[in-house]
Design a protein around this ligand. Structure first.
Ligand code: ZN
Length: 246
């Protein structure tokens, strides 16, 4: 009942965004045993009114398409036969490429993103690929026409390269507002995924996910997979609930 959001899986990058491969392997083993891990599209088709996927299920998503996924995530996902979706920054797959300049805590070495060959091999192995915008820009700061163009260009390039429909978008850093949600719909997406720090009103263009970060062990994962996790961690809501109970 939780859509999980990872970024990279790699040992050498000490950042919240890079889960250690040993932790990732433990997470996958736990998920395979305790949750029905379903394809993201199936999770989205079964969302309830609060934006939660069907009970007892989880879906795995990984943002940014870091090259380390090929070495450190793919073998584990295959071993446990877990469905997963990777959200790609489309410009990284153009001939000119795009350097990873959007992370706050980069490692000492240059971060690479997946090559097209790796993407296609992973797709062949069952990994689903969807859009994480054209260039990982801050969507709420773009003007509406520019935002539509960014999101549409990403969808169209990815559909051409992958040879399949790309109906899903993950907002860079989960950031969106009313204009961005409208732009996502106009750019041809059916759903878009967020990464709320605080609970926000869920909807087809604000599907909530729970972030998993470096240092999160199986205990943290179990807690984050609880059905009420997104509501529980908002202190204001918790206070309101306590007051109501009195
Ligand atoms: Zn991202």
């Amino acid at each position: 009942m939780t859509i999980l959001c990872y970024h990279s899986v790699e040992p050498g990058w000490e950042s919240p965004l890079a889960v250690h491969p040993d932790d990732f392997a433990r997470h996958c083993a736990w998920l395979a045993q305790h949750r029905r891990v379903i394809p993201l599209r199936e999770a989205i088709a079964g969302l309830d009114r609060a934006g939660r996927p069907p009970a007892g299920t989880a879906a795995l998503t990984l943002d940014d398409g870091f090259a380390a996924l090929y070495e450190h995530a793919l073998p584990v996902l295959r071993r446990h036969r877990l469905s997963s979706t990777v959200f790609l920054v489309a410009e990284t797959l153009t001939p000119g490429g795009r350097a990873v300049d959007w992370v706050d805590t980069p490692p000492a070495y240059p971060l690479q993103t997946l090559t097209l060959d790796q993407v296609l091999e992973m797709q062949e192995a069952g990994v689903d690929f969807q859009s994480h915008s054209w260039a990982h820009r801050d969507l709420p700061s773009l003007d509406p026409a520019e935002c539509v163009r960014d999101l549409r260009d990403s969808r169209e390039l990815l559909e051409e390269l992958l040879g399949r429909a790309v109906p899903l978008l993950a907002y860079p850093r989960g950031r969106h507002d009313g204009r961005v949600r409208e732009a996502a719909a106009r750019a041809g997406y059916s759903h878009a995924l967020a990464l709320p720090d605080l609970p926000e009103t869920p909807g087809p263009f604000a599907v909530p996910r729970v972030g998993i970060y470096r240092g999160n062990g199986v205990r943290a994962l179990r807690l984050k997979c609880r059905p009420n996790y997104l509501r529980l961690r908002n202190p204001a809501r918790a206070v309101v609930r306590r007051l109501r109970r009195r």
